[in-house]
Design a protein around this ligand. Sequence first.
Ligand SMILES: Nc1nc2c(ncn2[C@@H]2O[C@H](COP(=O)(O)OP(=O)(O)OP(=O)(O)O)[C@@H](O)[C@H]2O)c(=O)[nH]1
Ligand SMILES: [Mg+2]
Length: 356
Amino acid sequence: MRTAIIGLPMTGKTSLFTILTGVHEAARVGSLETRIGIAKVPDPRLDALAKIFDPPKITQAVVEYVDFPAISKEALRDPSYLASLRVVDALAHVLRIFEDPSVPHEKGSVDAARDRDDVDMELVLSDLVVVEKRLERVEKDRKKIRNPELDQEHDLLMRCKAMLEENTPLRGMTLSTDEEKRIRGFQFLSQKPMLYVLNAGEEDAAKLAEVEKAYREKLGAKPGTEVAVVCGKIEAELAELGPDEAKELMGSYGLAEPGLLRIITATYSLLGLMSFLTAGETEVRAWTIPQSSTAVKAAGAIHSDFEKKFIRAEVVNWKNLTDLGGYPGVREKGLLRLEGKEYIVKDGDVLVIRHS
Ligand SMILES: Nc1nc2c(ncn2[C@@H]2O[C@H](COP(=O)(O)OP(=O)(O)OP(=O)(O)O)[C@@H](O)[C@H]2O)c(=O)[nH]1
Ligand SMILES: [Mg+2]
């Protein structure tokens, strides 16, 4: 799972990257390279389980973030910039809402809705170029041979074109499973799920929830999008501190919860993800899978062999397992269930996969 952090110059992209990955690099303002970092998904359930199983290893789920150079018309014509943007699963667009005269704003004033629309339009235009090029090719081919496949592709591309020409991102498009497959190869930028990250000033630190609510209304609910807010500058500083110091500083700013948690939660919800857990004497671990995944798919996330040789899954809710102090307790209470391949895994399920 990889999310690209994009946005106009000096909006707080690198600050967000630091918040998420804990990797700090102050000297990169205006940098033209992309950087990949790993965010560990905070999960208190792991700590609770570790208390019971006392394993040498605790492994959090991870999500990858890429710090992209500022987005612009030029960048979106650069083949290598485009290529690395096309392969990500989601986009996080950093919108500046902090006022600070010492930080220049490319457009001269702070206006999140305008910046959102401008960047979305650039994504739309870049997709339109791809659609038109492909349509030209398909139309040529259709003159040579009759092929229902080509006709279907033509119709689908015409639908994309109509949407894009109305300046509507493809995120809002309703697609059948077949169309979804057909369209996937184009890796359209305006089709990628979009997280709008509002970068607020330190004066907003104590009321981030209110700020987020106000901006949700201002930006309007759009399909395939989510909104989250961070306090870029101070939260990036926090990312470098140890947990105790960070907590103290958070308290002094009035920050209720770490930005990492808010962004990850929003990313999970945007991408329809959830976590299940595994717990034993050697390792306690969280795994990320799409919501509504079956037990056999969850087994495959652990190991492809487990998916092929799946027999059954032993399932128990993490809270029951920790409340009752381990497996003997849940067995005694009859809370450990045996489930088959088609069982729909729930967030917080602890699984043991039985395989041949
Ligand atoms: N006052 C204030 N300044 C901020 C905030 N977030 C970022 N900045 C400042 O804005 C400048 C740019 O921040 P970065 O995180 O480097 O922004 P960026 O989008 O990565 O910038 P480029 O990569 O150069 O496009 C830095 O000087 C930050 O200290 C904020 O919440 N409040
Ligand atoms: Mg940067």
